[in-house]
Design a protein. Sequence first.
Lengths: 204, 188
Amino acid sequence: MICDRARRLFGACWDDELTQAERDWLEGHLASCAGCRTEYDEFSRTLELAGSLPRAEAAPGLVDRVLARTRRSATAPDVVGETRGRWVPAFAAAAAAVLTVAGALLLLPHSPWRTPTDPAAVQVAGVTGGPAVATMVSQPATKPAERTGTSPRIEAGPANDVFDHNADVEFILDPVTLHRGHATVTRAGSRRTGVGGGQAIISF
Amino acid sequence: MDRVAADDEKAFTELVRRFQGRVTNLVSRVLNDRECADDLAQEVFVRVFVHRRNYRHGSKFSTWLFTIAANLAKNEIRRRVRRRNWFSLDALQDMLKDSVIQLADPTESRETTLEREQLQATVERAIATVPEKYRLALVLRDIEGLPYEEIAEVLGIPGGTVRSRINRARGMLKRKLQPLLTTKAGTP
């Protein structure tokens, strides 16, 4: 037990971190305990050997090589910024595409997300060379018996429907404004119906 | 460092000159690979230059420098472990022989020189086999002579952990050098 305590102090003794009382006690113990004295000699010898290794000198020309590299790096463009700039629009475009497909699925007649009473028929059109436009053309919902009639009765959609299915509605998924770190998709209102538009912000 | 941050090349050159030996020695002892140590020392100073404006004035420059060096050395060790491409210790011994001879006392006999070289090679080999996290702490303390507080900052660990790592590393090194110590201990 006393030897354990003494051996725990070897490191602090070597680092000259012992109090005077601790040092006196340790020296007293080492004088009377051959085992601990041998242990301390070996411990000291180990650290002497480690500390006496020749210092590795820097390679000749290290300064010049470092300077050459730093000069090159100082003139190099900021690749981090470029990399970030490349993936942000790609990711945002992918997010916008997902939104478009999700919107289209919602509007399909047999979509599992639609309510059975939903009367709308949907036509989705993309405009090439310009802003992508998803157009939903609402067809009047008619009962089979009324299809032959001369004046079909038009029924409004269910209350949970956010659109007026008796009118044509356009989703304009453009312009897509990209900012670093997030994409903002502006959805304009219908040109014909004047239904108010909204703005979707995708953050990632 | 203010001048370096302001793109003063002369100041940076002076800084590299002043610290190149310590950085090379540190990475050389941790990696036990002289050639790689030179490349890594170069990389350390390039990193210092690239991140010169990130240096916080509250801490010592040497602490920041050693942190970069220690991290690069750790990365290198891990890269080697991943690739299982450990260098040959015998090759290392051959490489070190040249520098050892250069530093040898010209008055000592051939036999003494040989004995000292063998001893140094054994110690280097023993240090190289101490596990990385203990080795780094050991080299920073017992070879570079950094205070415990600075080692804690360099390694990003609490002071108590530094002490325990150094104690364990010293114990490991002592056990590895035991055959040498039993014959040498007690001799003047």
